[in-house]
Design a protein around this ligand. Sequence first.
Ligand SMILES: NC(=O)c1ccc[n+]([C@@H]2O[C@H](COP(=O)([O-])OP(=O)(O)OC[C@H]3O[C@@H](n4cnc5c(N)ncnc54)[C@H](O)[C@@H]3O)[C@@H](O)[C@H]2O)c1
Length: 338
Amino acid sequence: MHRILVIGGGSIGERHTRCFQNTGRADVCLCEVSDEVRSRVADTYSLSASFKTLDDALADHGSGKPFVAAVVCTPAHLHIAMARQLAEAGIGLLIEKPLSTSEDGIEELRSLVEENSLAVSVAYVMRHHPAFAAMKETLDTGRFGRPVQIVYTGGQHFPFYRPAYREIYYTKRETGGGAIQDGLTHTMNTAEWLLGPITKLVCDAEHLVLDGVDVEDTVHVMTRQTGAGESSILGSFSLNQHQPPNESRMTVLCEQGAVRVEGLRLLTCTEPNSDWTVEEEFHLERDDLFVAQASAFLDQLEGKAEAACTLDEALQTLRVNLAELRSLETQKWETPSV
Ligand SMILES: NC(=O)c1ccc[n+]([C@@H]2O[C@H](COP(=O)([O-])OP(=O)(O)OC[C@H]3O[C@@H](n4cnc5c(N)ncnc54)[C@H](O)[C@@H]3O)[C@@H](O)[C@H]2O)c1
């Protein structure tokens, strides 16, 4: 059993608590500042230990009951400072997305991770989605030739899934809120995983519908990505957090065919004016991706697997988030770099 510390027992922290337990390979403990949340989650999942502060948890770690890793589930502006404290104590890290809200402290974190040879991954959970994994496999085989274009549309009714959205990190960009840092970052990380880093982008976004907040709930981005060799891939991405249906569609057009993930299906099309072919259809329960993510991270801790999303890959996607926010200000193309 791996002793795992979940930090922040809110919406995603409770899910990680349950999903790490469901692997059957983890003794999960919790660090949560709210007394009400901490005792509810600790009781619901019969946790072996819980702590109010990270210092209390680290004292326990130092007194002979070491945590092999921590899952950082606090709002994004707190991730790096906590990760650094944990890395200094020699604790592995699964850090929730987005990696942070700025690049502050990330170089120092990287040095600590290297010095202490720690396992680190960032929780971009779509990397465990079987339809996107199948899409990546299809693209990587080169079956349809060189990718040239990526088109994404998606949306969902955020208040339906997070009724408390007016009281959490979502309300402010400084704490990781708004559609760019909250929802779209999953999509941009997936696009980079499939096709390589985004090299420039221009972004338009607005607050249009969600009641009680003024961060953007609707966003459009045009991108260029580096494909194999020197080729350039053109991208367009549109996401909102207010439409009634929960749907998403990502299409990658290659020179000799098209590959699409729509919901839980992988589709392909090669002949002009023909229908899509359903290559594979998957069935998922809501926790399945998170149990797969927990298992993959435990495999990484045991030296059996690489990080599903490395610190460098998550830093690149953080730079995409920040370039999108800059582009909103400048109304110009921006480069996601230092
Ligand atoms: N991968 C996903 O699908 C997914 C889904 C939701 C949220 N997230 C990400 O996870 C992070 C947390 O989101 P959430 O929705 O769970 O937020 P939340 O507000 O529901 O929970 C955050 C919890 O952290 C606790 N906390 C804050 N400061 C703390 C501290 N110093 N020490 C201990 N606990 C502290 C809060 O009391 C709260 O319970 C964000 O980065 C968010 O973007 C990812």
